[in-house]
Design a protein around this ligand. Structure first.
Ligand code: PLP
Length: 445
């Protein structure tokens, strides 16, 4: 391939200087996989190959790549007002975006704090919980509850809550007072579409046991991904989230949903909260908030959380000593507003819901393959888990690379492919993703 429109070579002369995140750097630099262009559900690599995006680029881009409306909105914003900080001043875009986001959330969640990533949204939610309890005269609530196989980003707050060993073992200095409950993969509901049948209440009762061990009045909050995404689409069993909500209410514990993946239509509803009919006290989001175009995250809170924290200080005082230089950056707000307009105008959450049954059937069509251990699907997300080849992670890493060169990008975690089509995808696109996965599976035999 020749030079790109911006004059850069399609394959940089040196790959050494950039230290890539969550990547086997030495291996990657020997045979890089570079995307030089993207449009709709497709991308093109530096050798000219065309790929279908089977994971919506880490769940970020449900409306597809290269959306002109978002590019124009960002350009217009940048040429009107390129940056205004938000400390004791502001710009109109953040208020407009906050209004649109709250309109999608369950009733009563009318306050949104903007950040720049999912990881920042978790740290912010942790601080919101602490500030709420302190303002409420409940400052003894210092214990947090998380879950095995949880992923809440990579900042120190998120690492403290993490249930993924590789994300923790190198970084031992984390928040004290975090206890975990079990993950929800019991092995009883293999090849399951939607919510598993077994053990929902029993698994949620782990929280009750922590209340009985430590005292419910010492627990500040429980953090859960409604569907655990990064560990391979772990769908909550029936009754699980409802029981967590019940225990939280009984003991005054806040329930935080990490909706960084499930927010904005991934399950066919606005948020997972509506899909499961369980309303959290605080909800984090990122990724699809701007269709992945500009980094942005957010934390939404119930009115009583916002009001308790703000009313605890005198009128002219800063109420919450937290925020980032780039919180609610004008370009990100412009991208977010444009993304919300596209979602609504094109009915993309409804399209996701309509495509979900076809997608589930297509995924389940792979169950006959001898490499496949389990398949889990809900909405437009699925975990396709393979038997490992004796060395955990090796088959997944190889398959991800082979799949790329076969013309499909899918995110992998260990031996599990996380398939998550865009909401603009058609049935033919789903078929294309499935065909490429099957071809790649066959090549491993
Ligand atoms: N929380 C969840 C549930 C996620 O899936 C992720 C990222 O995948 C994060 C938090 C962290 O988001 P970011 O990578 O934007 O920091």
């Amino acid at each position: 391939m020749h030079d790109l429109p911006n004059g850069l070579p399609a394959r940089p002369n040196s790959l050494e200087e950039h230290w890539l995140p969550f990547t086997s750097n030495r291996d990657f630099k020997e045979n890089p996989r570079l995307v030089v262009q993207s449009e709709g559900v497709y991308c093109w690599d530096h050798k000219g190959g065309k790929l279908i995006d089977g994971s919506s680029a880490l769940f970020c881009c449900p409306a597809g790549h290269g959306r002109q409306e978002i590019a124009k909105a960002v350009y217009d914003q940048m040429t009107t007002n390129s940056y205004t900080p938000h400390f004791q001043m502001g710009h109109p875009g953040s208020f407009e975006l906050a209004k649109r986001v709250t309109a999608l959330l369950p009733e009563g969640m009318n306050h949104v704090f903007f950040v720049n990533s999912g990881s920042e949204s978790i740290d912010t939610a942790l601080k919101m919980v602490m500030a709420f309890h302190r303002a409420n005269g409940d400052g003894q609530r210092l214990r947090f509850v998380s879950r095995e196989r949880a992923y809440h980003g990579v900042n120190m707050g998120g690492v403290s809550l993490s249930g993924m060993v590789k994300n923790r073992e190198t970084f031992p200095v984390v928040m004290p007072n975090v206890v975990t409950i079990r993950h929800t993969m019991t092995g009883k509901d293999l090849f399951h579409e939607g919510q598993p049948e077994h053990d929902g209440v029993e698994l949620a009762n782990d929280l009750q046991r922590h209340c009985e061990t430590y005292g419910g009045s010492t627990i500040a909050a429980v953090f859960v991904e409604p569907v655990a995404g990064s560990t391979g689409t772990l769908v909550p069993p029936k009754g699980y989230l409802e029981r967590l909500r019940e225990i939280c209410d009984e003991h005054g514990i806040l329930l935080v949903f990490d909706e960084v993946i499930t927010g904005f239509g991934r399950l066919g509803s606005n948020f997972a909260a509506q899909h499961f009919g369980v309303t959290p006290d605080i909800c984090t989001m990122a990724k699809a908030l701007t269709n992945g175009c500009i980094p942005m995250g957010a934390v939404a809170a119930q009115d009583r959380i916002y009001e308790t924290i703000t009313n605890a200080s005198p009128m002219n005082a800063i109420e919450f000593f937290h925020g980032y230089t780039y919180s609610a950056h004008p370009a990100a707000c412009a991208a977010g507003i444009a993304a919300m307009e596209i979602y609504e105008r094109e009915g993309l959450f409804e399209k996701a819901a309509a495509l979900a049954p076809y997608f589930a059937d297509a995924m389940m069509s792979l169950r006959d393959h001898e490499l496949v251990k389990d398949i889990r699907t809900i909405g437009l997300m699925s975990g396709l888990e393979f038997h490992h080849d004796g060395v955990p992670g090796r088959r997944g890493a190889k398959m991800q690379k082979d799949l790329f060169w076969n013309g499909c990008h899918v995110k992998f975690t260990g031996e599990t492919a996380i398939v998550a089509p865009m909401f603009i995808a058609t049935r033919a696109h789903v078929d294309e993703i499935i065909d490429k996965i099957r071809t790649t599976m066959d090549q491993q035999l």
